[in-house]
Ligand binder design. Structure first.
Ligand code: GLU
Length: 189
């Protein structure tokens, strides 16, 4: 398990996310990624295998990603090899739900089968992509807002996790959830 960071406010998010991830580097990781949203525009995702430095280079130290709301992740692979495809963030195919996750979803295979049956396709080997698509599934099926979709997905997930999720319908907002994994929330001026 490694690190997740989120920021929403008045400043550019990407440099803050990179800085936050660098403070978690000591925990070890194999890849990293950022998702940043500029107002109501589509969320942009950049990932890199290997060191955080590669992600910083790819994004011009975050300056290439414009937006004041975002989430970042350093991954320690548990489900699927270390690769750019398996790196987080993961998103629903329509881009409406984007998430990062630390931890392990124990019943991911059962959930993957359920979602496959419902028509979902998967592009990575991670348990995380299943979580993101499970949230998307409930949001769409029952026309739920972010909190209810997240709660419904959590009631089906077994394991330990910390999650940070962006929803297309909620610009400027980050939804977070955790179970048996630590997470800190902070508010400042
Ligand atoms: N289980 C997830 C994965 O393999 C998250 C691993 C982590 O905590 O970094 O992608």
């Amino acid at each position: 398990m490694c690190g997740i960071v989120g920021y929403t406010g008045h400043l550019q998010a990407a440099p803050i996310l990179l800085d936050g991830l660098s403070k978690l580097e000591y925990r070890g990781y194999d890849s990293a990624g950022l998702a940043v949203r500029n107002g109501e525009k589509k969320t942009e995702i950049v990932k890199a295998k290997g060191r955080l430095k590669s992600l910083a280079e790819k994004t011009d130290n975050g300056n290439a990603l414009i937006g004041t709301c975002g989430i970042g992740h350093t991954r320690w692979a548990t489900h699927g090899e270390p690769s750019e495809t398996n790196a987080h963030p993961h998103m629903s195919d329509d881009g409406n739900v984007v998430g990062v996750h630390n931890g392990i979803i124990e019943n991911y295979q059962e959930l993957r089968d359920k979602l496959t049956h419902a028509g979902y396709a998967f592009h990575s080997q991670t348990d995380t992509e299943i979580v993101v698509k499970l949230i998307h599934y409930y949001a769409r099926k029952y026309a739920l807002g972010p909190v209810d979709a997240l709660a419904r997905a959590m009631s089906r997930m077994r394991g330990s996790y910390a999650l940070a999720v962006l929803f297309a319908d909620a610009p400027g907002e980050i939804y977070a959830a955790r179970k048996d994994s630590p997470m800190i929330l902070a508010v400042r001026e």
